[in-house]
Ligand binder design. Structure first.
Ligand code: ASP
Length: 329
């Protein structure tokens, strides 16, 4: 009996310890480096935003924020890995409009629910989407692009970062507006896709501004239109899709930080505070703005604002994707 009592006592003690470990772990957080998963290849928009913001966050948190590029399935492989990671704040993900909104309609068997399987940390940057083509693409503006694409649909190649990505989803919208079905060429991110566009191996792409600006400025690719209501200050010569004659091309993406569901609130608060500090830093702001990124205002940086955004973006993109008849196997 005594033996049993001591076992029960030890057991209760362990439970008490376990309960106490949560708040203590949160108080001491972070006591080691943090892995920030980027669901695409290095050099693309998600990677660029993650490195700019992550570098400043590591200064605030006093631990390194290590970037891990996990590739595959339009960002959904990485998002599944993040969803299954321990909810302790040491594994987080830079998701986006594709992984945490469009993927829901594109993958009927998606392993995660972006609205319920993650704790939103906050939005890092708005990333308007541009319609781009290789430098010698035979169309000088959006109208000529539409005419040429319709007439040459069979031989057109479209680069993208996999089904579920922003580039896939926004070009799906473009293709259905024009009424074309080009050959689709998937890459592990729009970093490598951009290399193929610059090299002339693919014809066109839709991509997030933050890794596009240097190429457009250098004249190595063409930019026909941006999918936002206003022109982008980093590319003032590129017309809006409305100005260019394709007003229905409304395509603006975003990158945002998420933690696995169940990550304690004090840890989410610390991560959010580090994100907010990064977005207030003049150096970080300049780098993002020079690349055409849109820095969210104070209200737009809260976990709740991100939770609302995910819901409204799923509601926005699902009917567009269904109407285009796109589904991954
Ligand atoms: N911009 C890419 C996309 O199409 C992903 C990336 O490489 O960041 O979703």
């Amino acid at each position: 009996m005594l033996f049993l009592k001591s076992i029960v006592g030890a057991f209760l003690g362990l439970i008490a310890l376990g309960l106490a470990a949560g708040p203590i772990a949160a108080q001491e957080y972070p006591s080691r480096n943090i892995t920030l998963i980027v669901p695409f290849a290095a050099g693309g928009p998600t990677d660029v935003v993650a490195r700019i913001v992550g570098e400043h966050m590591s200064r605030t948190l006093g631990r390194s924020v290590l970037i891990e590029n996990t590739l595959g399935a339009g960002g959904t492989t990485a998002s599944t890995r993040a969803m299954r990671a321990a909810p302790d704040g040491y594994t987080i993900i830079m998701g986006h409009m594709g992984t945490h909104a469009a993927a829901v309609a594109l993958y009927p068997n998606l392993a995660y629910n972006p609205s319920t399987d993650f704790e939103p940390i906050g939005m890092a940057s708005g990333t308007p989407v541009l319609i781009l083509a290789k430098r010698d693409f035979p169309a000088k503006d959006m109208k000529e692009f539409v005419t040429y694409a319709k007439a040459n649909e069979a031989k057109l190649n479209m680069a993208h970062a996999g089904i579920g990505s922003v580039s896939f989803t926004t070009c799906l919208l473009l293709n259905s507006l024009i009424g074309i079905k080009p050959t689709s060429i998937p890459f592990s991110g729009t970093g490598p896709a951009m290399n193929a566009l610059v090299g002339g191996q693919v014809d066109f792409m839709c991509d997030q501004v933050v890794s596009v600006v240097p190429q457009v400025q250098a004249g190595t690719i063409k930019a026909y239109a941006v999918g936002t209501p206003e022109r982008n200050p980093a590319l003032p010569d590129v017309p809006t899709a409305k100005e260019a004659g394709l007003p229905e091309f409304k395509a603006s993406a975003w990158n945002a930080l998420f933690a696995p569901k169940g990550t304690p609130k004090p840890i989410i608060d610390k991560l959010n505070a580090a994100l907010v500090a990064a977005l207030d830093d003049p150096g970080v702001r300049k780098r993002l703005i020079d690349l055409g990124g849109e820095i969210p205002n104070r209200e737009g940086r809260t976990p709740q604002a991100l939770a609302d955004l995910v819901k409204s973006e799923i509601a926005k993109w699902t009917p567009i994707i269904k109407a285009a008849g796109a589904v991954a196997n």
